[in-house]
Design a protein around this ligand. Structure first.
Ligand code: PLP
Ligand code: TYF
Length: 388
């Protein structure tokens, strides 16, 4: 049986991780995989999560199965943070294994509801989006999103491409802190997207994986919420990996906004059916941690303070990098964990070989890998590869 399988290359992210681990240089700089690091390069468990875990160990009385939709209280508490005061009866939500599980579940639901639907992805987008959408059997179309050389959002080009979308097509949008570019839409651009979505009868699929790491929990969701209020149907895939630091616990959620309460209930039944065939029930621990935090005013305050420290550090590293390398001034205007530097593959390889600086081959850097102690060396190493 297995002889029939093709060999598969390691993906770019894993190859990078492997090279990094085997590099003996003590001053190597890891700007690769998208995990938050503090000024010492550590990714500690957040204090609020530690406190919630202690509380859970003392009070949890059973680990018996919950339900295919996960922890209902978790979903409701997270909905308040993600969706705000949305018209809840038109939404249904389920807990998922990470934002990845939410996106995969979304793709399966779309395919079940309309196998002819095509999904529009911006170029570039998160490396996993293509595989997740394709795995459900959906057809992908791409529209321009970002020009690496000029560091600008190709908004007009995107709108022109989307003019050829068909009614029922899905358009995937990053709510904030775009991965890999850090470039987000302006409020006016979000309004234009809303008009196009409504005029052409498209369904927005919103990926929100970095809420709170750009401008704040509320600010990072504001544009998405305005869009959601203006459209009859939408899908929202959220991740708690980054903003709660729960990466390996695999915790996220998916919401569907339907055009009536009845349709929302029907969507919910289908989500549960699909989830049962994929993972039966989502892992509980991450949801229990997030629920415990959001259910307590004190823990919520501690978590928000920690999240603010992460965000402030990211933004200050952005400002420092822009100051040290004037050609990268735009990095200070972008948000979240990533920037897509105007570097070609040779430059990225050179920086790794000559300087021990690790970035993804397309030029994406993780801003959280910068530290007061390594930023000057990074800036100096980068300069010969930048124009102007
Ligand atoms: N969406 C984007 C844009 C991401 O960068 C990530 C990254 O990790 C995810 C979704 C999913 O994250 P996870 O499955 O770890 O929650
Ligand atoms: O883009 C990143 O680096 C993060 C982490 O298959 C990640 O989103 C990368 C690849 C992947 C899963 C998570």
């Amino acid at each position: 049986l297995f002889d029939a399988l093709d060999d598969q290359p390691l993906d770019a992210m894993l190859t990078l991780l492997h090279l990094l681990r085997n590099d003996p240089r003590s001053d190597k700089i890891d700007l690769g995989i998208g995990v938050y690091g503090d000024d010492n390069g550590c990714t500690p468990v957040m204090q609020a999560a530690k406190m919630a875990e202690r509380n859970l160990i003392e009070t949890q009385t059973s680990k018996a199965y919950l339900a295919a939709e996960g922890d209902a209280h978790f979903i409701n508490l997270l909905a308040q943070r993600v969706l705000g005061g949305a018209e809840v009866n038109r939404y249904c939500g389920v807990q998922t294994p990470g934002g990845t599980g939410a996106l995969r579940l979304a793709a399966e639901l779309i395919h079940k509801a309309n196998p002819e639907a095509r999904v529009w992805l911006g170029t570039p987008t998160w490396i996993n989006h293509h595989a997740l959408i394709r795995s459900a059997g959906l057809h992908i179309l791409e529209h321009p999103f970002f020009d690496q050389a000029t560091q600008s959002v190709l908004f007009d080009e995107m709108m022109t491409a989307l003019e050829s979308a068909r009614t029922g097509d899905v358009v995937l949008l990053h709510a904030c802190c775009h991965n890999p570019t850090g470039a987000d839409f302006t409020p006016a651009q979000w309004r234009t997207i809303g008009e196009l979505v409504n005029r052409k009868g498209l369904i927005p699929l919103i990926d929100i994986a970095y809420q709170g790491l750009g401008h704040g929990m509320e600010a990072d969701a504001a544009a998405m919420r305005t869009l959601l209020d203006s459209v009859p149907e939408a899908i929202i895939a959220a991740s708690c990996s980054k903003n709660f630091g729960l990466y390996r616990e695999r915790i996220g959620a998916l919401w569907v906004k339907a055009d009536s309460a009845t349709a929302a209930l029907r969507a919910r039944g289908n989500l549960i059916l699909i989830a049962r065939a994929m993972w039966s029930m989502p892992p509980d621990h991450g949801a229990a941690v997030v629920r415990t935090i959001l259910d307590s005013t004190d823990l919520t305050q501690i978590w928000l303070t920690e999240l603010e420290q992460m965000r402030t550090r990211l933004n200050s590293m952005r400002a420092e990098l822009a100051k040290a390398v004037p050609q990268l001034a735009s990095v200070a205007q972008q948000s979240g964990m990533f920037a897509l530097l105007p570097l070609n593959r040779e430059a990225v390889a050179d920086l790794r070989v000559k300087h021990g600086i690790y970035m993804v081959e397309n030029g994406r850097m993780n801003i959280a890998g910068l530290q007061a102690g390594n930023l000057p060396r990074f800036a100096a190493a980068l300069k010969p590869y930048l124009q102007g």
